[in-house]
Design a protein around this ligand. Structure first.
Ligand SMILES: *Cc1c(COP(=O)(O)O)cnc(C)c1O
Length: 381
């Protein structure tokens, strides 16, 4: 039974089956053209994504981590500058801060939304603070009205890490805007399992600032202003045409994909909302949720490891995003954060569990997952 159900965290194979003809043809066309780098597919994809997001410039690059790095370089951040970041995030967000010699200033998150706390941001500001990096974790927007307010009050840059929330709409400012287009620059990833994923690595930056866009484009291409003239030290980070061709096809499906994820989340909600020891993902009124992950919070009385192995024995994968907060990684052992300053983050890393969430989940699969979790809770607590 469980083998027939073939439940996965992300089911890219079934998703591919539905778009196979289009994808295969598009890839073959790129191969026939032998225009693998800097071709029309990349240009068209940039224009189509900019149109979808309602932003002036989309600059593609090699991956989401590069996008964050190039964005910080493009804004002219210098070694020693302080950058405020959540600690409850994927490591890439904070790693690039360290890589550029900037100082990550880790702040706590809101325990309901998992997103960076504006109050904690404001408390962490010093004379050296230059930027804030809000991460729209798991697919829901941060409190961008508050964050933009703080940024303008203290004259700080805002670099949105939108790797998990592409397509999410934030409506807490004067008009609805896509996340990633609200700050000075937004960054995203097209890693295969992301909500808009390619079949390899890819990433992009989004901005409405013409000058910044030009810098970002230049940095991603060896600091080149015109062929063989290099104005600044940059890097080599690009999306290739095969990936862009695939992304163009998947972009047309993005709203349907988001709808499928939201439908799956609503099914989980319905079955879990009255279970006393589980807390379903909290939604805020100013944002929709595009459910990169569906993440539950477990009551202290539940042994998370036992629950995960029980699910695994029954053919149900479950993951912990993230088991170790950034500020407690060895990588950042030289950065001092007093214990307790990030108490929400530290508590959440012991209590969260993410369930299978993707565009192809069936109600039969979800019912199987729900019943096993309920069964575990009934017999073990
Ligand atoms: C995936 C991800 C990244 C990095 O993207 P890559 O394409 O893997 O480099 C950065 N930030 C967050 C929040 C992510 O989820």
């Amino acid at each position: 039974m469980q083998r027939d159900l073939n439940i996965q965290m992300v089911d890219l194979k079934t998703q591919y089956q539905h778009i196979k003809n289009d994808v295969d043809n598009a890839m073959q066309q790129v191969i026939n053209s032998t225009q693998f780098i800097n071709g029309d597919e990349v240009k068209n994809f940039q224009a189509e994504l900019a149109d979808y997001l309602g932003v002036k410039h989309v600059i593609t690059c090699g991956n989401g981590t590069d996008a964050l790095q190039i964005a910080m370089m493009g804004l002219g951040l210098k070694p020693g500058d302080e950058v405020i970041t959540p600690s409850f995030t994927y490591i890439a967000t904070t790693e690039v801060i360290g890589l550029l010699g900037l100082k990550p200033v880790f702040v706590d998150c809101d325990p309901n939304t998992f997103n960076i706390s504006p109050t904690a941001i404001e408390k962490a500001i010093t004379k050296k603070t230059r930027a804030i990096v809000p991460v729209h974790l798991f697919g829901q927007s941060c409190d961008m009205a508050e964050i933009m307010n703080i940024a303008s009050k203290y004259n700080l840059f805002v670099i949105e890490d939108n790797a998990q929330a592409i397509g999410c709409t934030y409506s807490g400012l004067d008009h609805p805007q896509k996340t990633g287009t609200i700050g000075n620059v937004g960054c995203t990833s097209f890693f295969p399992s992301k909500n808009l994923g390619c079949y390899g690595d890819g990433g992009a930056m989004m901005t409405n600032d013409d000058e910044l866009a030009q810098q970002l484009r230049m940095i991603a291409n060896h600091g080149q202003s015109k062929k063989y003239y290099h104005d600044r030290v940059g890097c080599n980070s690009r999306l290739d045409n095969i990936q862009a061709a695939i992304l163009r096809i998947k972009l047309r499906q993005l709203d349907t994909y988001i709808h499928n994820r939201q439908k799956a989340a609503a099914f989980y909600d319905k079955h879990f909302e009255s279970v006393p020891k589980l807390k379903i993902p909290v939604r805020i009124t100013d944002s929709n949720h595009v459910f990169h992950q569906y993440t539950l919070q477990l009551d202290d009385s539940i042994n998370r490891d036992y629950l995960i192995s029980y699910l695994k024995e029954n053919g149900i994968p479950a993951m912990v995003y993230y088991p170790v907060p950034a500020h407690l990684q060895k990588m950042f052992s030289s950065i001092d954060v007093s214990k307790g300053d990030l108490s929400n983050t530290e508590w959440l890393t012991t209590r969260v569990i993410s369930l299978p969430m993707h565009t192809e989940l069936t109600e039969k699969q979800q019912l199987f997952i729900v019943n096993h979790i309920k069964n575990y809770l009934n017999t073990n607590s």
